[in-house]
Ligand binder design. Structure first.
Ligand code: SF4
Length: 260
């Protein structure tokens, strides 16, 4: 939820300028290179400004909905020609609903198609208020077993599944079901079958399914955030396994795409 400092240790010469510049005293030199106490760092970015070697950079910044919309509006001709639009992703856009509503409303007023990419874990009132300005929902299905869901995400899937049913039945906003396929976590035949069964039963066959193969693009970011210890190394699924899962979803007469 906050800007963070990316650090490339290969570029650091240990000059100490960042140590002097940090108002929080969050940086020290250790074994010839700078090291950040992430608990103290406020993501202000003074260290990035003074680093002579671009070893530090500030990722993320606070912006208003109006500022983002200016960027969006600059590409509006492109959206008209391509039939595209704006997708709010994340992170999680429902975690900052006021901002999401302001930006989506600006887009809708300008006639720009809007989509929301969400995990669906939010109070129904919040979901309803945001979706008033959304044309299409990209909805994550991580695991159908509530116990497994809680084990890996920290929360049960009860609210998430209830919300997607209400989006379909009460609001009639079209959705795409997105399943991030994480080997060893949710890629079993049983889980994919259970997910497809839920989608066809509750959302109908007009809901397309996207199977999203796990990728490793995030791993280098953990290094840059000095959080390598948090990295879980997972081998992506084989093409054969993805094809098998696709066939399972198709057997429920749902349209399925690998990727999304
Ligand atoms: S200012 Fe840059 S090069 Fe100097 S110690 Fe800090 S990160 Fe390293």
């Amino acid at each position: 939820m906050q800007p963070e400092i990316f650090f490339d240790s290969e570029k650091c010469t240990g000059c100490g300028k960042c140590v002097q510049a940090c108002p929080e005293g969050a940086i020290e030199i250790h074994e010839g290179r700078s090291r950040t106490d992430r608990g103290l760092c406020q993501g202000i970015g003074k260290c990035a400004e003074v680093c002579p070697n671009e070893a530090r950079s500030l990722m993320g910044k606070h912006v208003t909905a109006g500022e983002v919309f200016k960027e969006v509006a600059a590409d509006s001709i492109f959206y008209q020609r391509s039939g595209g639009g704006v997708t709010l992703g994340g992170g999680e856009p429902l975690a900052q609903p006021k901002f999401a509503i302001s930006l989506l409303k600006l887009c809708k007023d300008a006639g720009i198609h809007t989509a929301l990419d969400t995990c669906g874990y939010a109070r129904w009132e919040t979901v309803k208020q945001v979706l008033e300005f959304v044309d299409l929902v990209l909805y994550d299905f991580k695991h159908m077993d509530p116990v497994e869901h809680e084990k890996y995400t920290g929360v049960s899937n009860d609210l998430i599944l209830e919300n997607v049913k209400r989006i379909h039945h009460d609001l009639s906003v079209p959705s795409i079901a997105r399943i991030p396929v994480i080997p060893g976590y949710n890629d079993s035949v049983e889980n994919i079958e259970a997910t497809a069964k839920f989608i066809i039963t509750e959302l109908g066959n007009e809901t397309n399914v996207h199977l999203l193969p796990y990728h490793r693009l995030g791993e280098s970011k953990y290094d840059s955030l000095e959080k390598s210890g948090d990295t879980v190394y997972i081998t992506p699924s084989s093409e054969e396994h993805m094809a098998e899962l696709k066939q399972i979803v198709e057997s429920f007469e749902l349209a399925v795409y690998i990727g999304g």
